[in-house]
Design a protein around this ligand. Structure first.
Ligand code: IPE
Ligand code: IPE
Ligand code: MG
Length: 233
């Protein structure tokens, strides 16, 4: 059991396409396997007492993928909401959305809104789903809303800007995990993850099981978080 678990864990769920390729399957099959995996990781996170889990599911850049894959990803989100919402709600999961609803079909937007409304008072675990999310887009949207609200320049500080992010009101991620061996943020939480710890593993997301999560948490438990200060001796 890791000594210290993050309050807020963020995961870049990467490698679904390669996982499928290696098996001679279409990429969408990898995405489906990825959502199956999410179930077990979510359960494990609740068991560890992690309070906030943020998952990167679809980036603003992912619109540039082949049409069939984009459509597949949209269908998968809809299917996951239909299939899992009741159980997530029963388990006390509060679902939040990071990103823009605009750009999604009205039908999918309605489903997402319903999921957010239904689970808004749950407090066992907050699940932030970054879907149609981009970190730069988030900063732009925040600045636009600050201007629209007529906030004077001298009142703008880091706390205010954080509040205007999609994740407004939530603490920053303590640990960012990326699967599939890539070492980049790919436009994920560029504001919030300024002082996060990072962990990467070559394991593809559909294979990232409870044991892999445990390894990531053990690593995190050993890190010394200095936040620019010096070690206390
Ligand atoms: C992550 O898996 C899921 C999304 C980006 C939607 P990928 O689809 O990026 O898988 P790889 O990186 O091509 O293997
Ligand atoms: C990041 O993965 C986005 C998600 C996991 C949803 P990508 O696979 O899209 O990122 P790049 O293209 O490798 O940077
Ligand atoms: Mg990828």
């Amino acid at each position: 059991m890791p000594e210290r678990v993050p309050t807020h864990l963020a995961i870049i769920m990467d490698g679904n396409g390669r996982w499928a390729n290696e098996r001679g399957l279409p990429r969408v099959a990898g995405h489906r396997a990825g959502t199956e995996n999410l179930r077990r990781i979510l359960t494990a996170c609740t068991d560890y007492g992690i309070k906030i889990l943020t998952i990167y599911a679809f980036s603003t850049e992912n619109w540039g993928r082949p049409k069939a894959e984009v459509r597949g990803l949209m269908n998968i989100l809809e299917m996951v909401i239909d299939r899992e919402l009741a159980e997530l709600h029963a388990n006390g999961v509060q679902i939040r959305h990071l990103g823009q609803l605009e750009g999604l079909t009205p039908h999918l937007q309605r489903k997402i809104r319903h999921a957010l409304d239904l689970t808004r008072h749950n407090d066992r675990l907050i699940l932030n789903v970054a879907f149609n999310y981009g970190g730069r887009d988030e900063v732009v949207q925040a600045v636009r809303r600050i201007v629209a609200d007529g906030i004077p320049a001298e009142e703008i500080d880091e706390t205010l800007l954080s509040y205007y992010m999609y994740s407004g009101g939530l603490p920053d991620p303590d640990l960012v995990v990326r699967t599939s061996g890539e070492m980049r943020l790919s436009n994920f939480l560029i504001w919030q993850a300024a002082y996060a710890e990072y962990y990467t593993t070559p394991v593809y997301w559909p294979d990232f099981d409870e044991e892999e999560l445990r390894k990531a948490l053990l690593h995190y438990g050993q890190r010394e978080r200095r936040f620019g200060l010096v070690t206390q001796t």
